[in-house]
Design a protein around this ligand. Structure first.
Ligand SMILES: [Zn+2]
Length: 259
C-alpha cells in the first residue's frame, strides 16, 4: 500500500476511534460501562442509529442536532473525532504503519481522553493512567533504544511531579498538582523514555505558564483559580512524541555549535 493510502485509512480509523473516545470522556468519570449501552442522545435517551453516528459527517448532516428531539449536540464531539483523525493521519505519515505508529496512536488517544476529562472534572482518571503505565512499560522497553529508557522515563516523570507537588504549596502557597498528574507523567515517561519526558515537562510547563499568565492578565481567571495541568502535559507529550528527535537534535547542535 502507498503512504497516501496508509494516511487515508489512518484518518478514517482515527475518526471512528475518536467517536469511541467521546463515549470514554463522557462515561469514565461517571463510572459507567464504556461498552453498553450503545450511543444514546443525552437528552431524550433515544439510541443513535449507526448512520447518525458516523464521525464528523453525521454532526454536519444533522446540523449538530439530535434526530429525535432536536437537542443540540456539543461541538466537542466532532472536535474530538477530528483531533483523533488528524493525529492518526499525522502519525501514519511520520512513522508509517509500524509498531511505533500503533503505540503512538494509542498514547495519542489516551491523552485526548485524559485532557477532556481533566478539563471537565479536574481529575486525571486512574482507569486510563494505571493500565497506560503497564502498557507503556511493555511498549517502551520493546521499542526504545535502551532497555532502561522506559523505566527511566517512568521514574523521572513520576518523580519530577512528585517533588513539584511536594514543594509547590511552599513556593506558591497552593496545591499545584495532584496524584493524577504524577501518574499521567509517569505513563508518558514509560511510553516515551527519559529524554522525551523532560521535553514534555518543559513544553507543557511553558504552555501552561504562558496561558495561565495570559488568562490572569485578561482577567478571565484569578490567581487563586485552579488550572488543570493534564491538558498541558498531554500537549507537551504530543510535541515530544511527534517532534522530539528533531527538537533534541536541534538543541544538541546548538550546544555543540556554541562549544
Ligand atoms: Zn435526543
Amino acid at each position: 500500500m502507498s503512504p497516501q493510502w496508509h494516511v487515508t485509512v489512518a484518518v478514517l480509523v482515527g475518526g471512528v476511534i475518536g467517536s469511541f473516545l467521546n463515549v470514554c470522556i463522557h462515561r469514565l468519570p461517571l463510572r459507567e460501562s464504556i461498552v453498553r449501552p450503545g450511543s444514546r442522545c443525552p437528552q431524550c435517551k433515544t439510541a443513535i442509529a449507526w448512520y447518525d453516528n458516523i464521525p464528523i459527517l453525521s454532526y454536519l448532516w444533522l446540523l449538530g442536532r439530535c434526530r429525535s428531539c432536536r437537542a443540540g449536540i456539543g461541538w466537542r464531539y466532532p472536535l474530538v473525532e477530528a483531533l483523533n483523525a488528524a493525529g492518526y493521519g499525522f502519525i501514519a505519515w511520520r512513522f508509517g504503519v509500524t509498531p511505533v505508529g500503533y503505540v503512538y496512536g494509542a498514547l495519542f488517544s489516551a491523552l485526548i481522553v485524559v485532557s477532556f476529562i481533566d478539563l471537565d472534572h479536574m481529575i486525571v482518571p486512574d482507569r486510563i493512567t494505571v493500565p497506560g503505565i503497564v502498557l507503556g512499560l511493555v511498549a517502551g522497553t520493546l521499542l526504545l533504544p535502551r532497555w532502561w529508557d522506559s523505566i527511566g522515563g517512568l521514574v523521572l516523570g513520576g518523580g519530577l511531579l512528585y517533588v513539584m507537588a511536594w514543594i509547590s504549596p511552599y513556593l506558591f502557597g497552593k496545591e499545584g498538582m495532584g496524584g493524577g498528574d504524577i501518574k499521567l507523567l509517569a505513563m508518558i515517561g514509560a511510553f516515551l523514555g527519559w529524554q522525551q519526558v523532560l521535553l514534555t515537562v518543559i513544553v507543557g510547563g511553558l504552555l501552561g505558564a504562558v496561558l495561565g499568565v495570559g488568562l490572569i492578565a485578561a482577567r478571565v481567571i484569578s490567581r487563586s483559580d485552579y488550572i488543570p495541568f493534564g491538558p498541558f502535559l498531554s500537549l507537551g507529550a504530543v510535541v515530544a512524541m511527534l517532534f522530539g528527535p528533531e527538537i533534541l537534535g536541534w538543541y544538541g547542535e546548538l550546544l555543540v555549535g556554541r562549544g
